[in-house]
Design a protein around this ligand. Structure first.
Ligand code: HEC
Length: 160
């Protein structure tokens, strides 16, 4: 490879790396989908069976140990607190509602780098948990979550 070509190749690799790391996507910092979230505490479930509702699905919410350590629900969550929501299809068989196939994931993680969205990083992933779906976290996620500023942008209350 000639010197010039090599330079171009290296630059292309660097850009590909940045995109891969999510740094380039609309200037937002990437929020990973934590691999171990199914072993976290299950916080609550919500079924929204109206297909026209943007939150349609059988939603199960999990919280990591850091989030659960927050002493009061209305206290600010500590750095690293993370919630994962899994949306499944709603299967209604004569009033018995069960989870169908997985539709997508949502994740929220607390960190000072996400200052512009209330100190929470927001991301959504496809059913495989591979492709990040959020282009503008402020408009697509944060704005609706500002309804619950008093509980640090978190809707869910732990269900005993
Ligand atoms: C239209 C309003 C709305 C929008 C838009 C929205 N959410 Fe939520 N979100 C909610 C509600 C309501 C709940 C609580 C559901 C329940 O009752 O279990 C929730 C719950 C969550 C939770 C579990 C923690 C919590 O706050 O209870 C996560 C994680 C989450 N949303 C992430 C996201 C992400 C990421 C996006 C953007 C892709 C998003 N949300 C967009 C309303 C919204």
């Amino acid at each position: 490879m000639t010197g010039k070509l090599h330079q171009i190749f290296v630059a292309a690799l660097a850009i590909a790396g940045l995109i891969g790391a999510g740094v380039v996507s609309a200037g937002q910092k990437k929020v990973d989908l934590p691999k171990d979230h199914r072993s976290w505490k299950h916080v609550r479930s919500t079924v929204i069976h109206d297909k026209n509702n943007p939150l349609f699905g059988f939603l199960s919410i999990y919280a990591n140990p850091k989030a659960l350590k927050t002493p009061k629900r209305d206290a600010p969550y500590s750095e690293g607190s993370t919630f994962v929501g899994i949306f499944h299809d709603v299967v209604d068989k004569g009033g018995i509602m069960t989870q169908g196939k997985r539709l997508k994931y949502v994740v929220m993680t607390k960190g000072s780098q996400y200052e512009s969205t209330g100190g929470w990083g927001f991301e959504a992933y496809d059913a495989e948990g591979k492709t990040a779906l959020v282009k503008d976290a402020k408009a697509e996620c944060y704005q609706c979550h500002t309804q619950v500023i008093s509980t640090d942008y978190v809707f869910s209350k732990f269900v005993k």
